[in-house]
Design a protein around this ligand. Structure first.
Ligand code: C5P
Length: 224
């Protein structure tokens, strides 16, 4: 069987990472959560008070950022590391979610992220999820999945996830953040969120995780 590249793109909180992680596990492929990379860069920008309108500051900050993924035996998943610090939990916090779309829209940040992501796919055998993976990062990927879900379902899922860590969070806050990110991600100049012309659509609003995995696995095997 030949090794392929599988891309999953879509709006925020569609369950892309969950599906991508499951697919990679089943196929014994590498899983890369590209959103985690933009979140880690954003965390660095917040800590260093980087002004997104100041290109020199942005370039300097990026030259100081070193991103890596490392396996965590406790969770069985890969954690995001920023300059050798495990930031997996910090990057999921609302302060980062509030700023990430602004940072991820910058030309320099996109070039930085895309170059590293393309490098990770050189040997194929990779499942990567994000916003521009099938359009910009791997335009020649063998399988491109565009994941969608009903907006109310997405808000509910994200709320449940965040509420477990922070009971002070409100559903309104989550809804506002998802709408804002989807808008900025879809309307930015560089690498906007788009469905690739050759992507297959997977609407998982009424599917269980196991059901959506079976559909995606079937598609993957047809390409191998
Ligand atoms: O996937 P996740 O929701 O964690 O991504 C966080 C943010 O990172 C997105 O809202 C988007 O602004 C940015 N992102 C991006 N391109 C990607 C993946 C994520 O711009 N390929």
């Amino acid at each position: 069987m030949k090794k392929i590249i599988i891309t999953l793109d879509g709006f925020s909180s569609c369950g892309k990472s969950t599906l991508a992680r499951q697919l990679a596990k089943e196929l014994n492929y590498v899983f890369i959560d590209s959103g985690a990379m933009y979140r880690a860069i954003t965390l660095y920008f917040i800590r260093e008070h980087i002004d997104c309108n100041n290109t020199e500051q942005v370039k300097r900050a990026l030259s100081e950022v070193n991103l890596s993924f490392e396996y965590n035996p406790l969770t069985g998943q890969s954690d995001m590391y920023l300059n050798d610090e495990n930031v997996e939990l910090l990057i999921r916090e609302m302060v980062v979610s509030e700023r990430v779309s602004e940072v991820a829209a910058l030309k320099e940040v996109r070039e930085f992220g895309v170059a590293q992501q393309q490098q990770m796919g050189i040997k194929k055998g990779i499942v990567m999820d994000g916003r521009d993976i099938g359009t910009t990062v791997f335009p020649d990927a063998e399988l491109k999945i565009f994941v969608t879900a009903d907006p109310a379902v997405r808000v509910e899922r994200r709320f449940k996830e965040l509420y477990e860590k922070n009971p002070a969070i409100t559903i309104e806050e989550v809804k506002r953040n998802l709408e804002m990110r989807d808008y900025v991600d879809s309307n930015r100049e560089f690498s906007p969120l788009r469905q690739a012309a050759d992507a297959v659509v997977l609407d998982n609003s009424d599917l269980t995780k196991a059901e959506q995995l079976q559909i995606a696995l079937q598609w993957a095997r047809e390409k191998m």
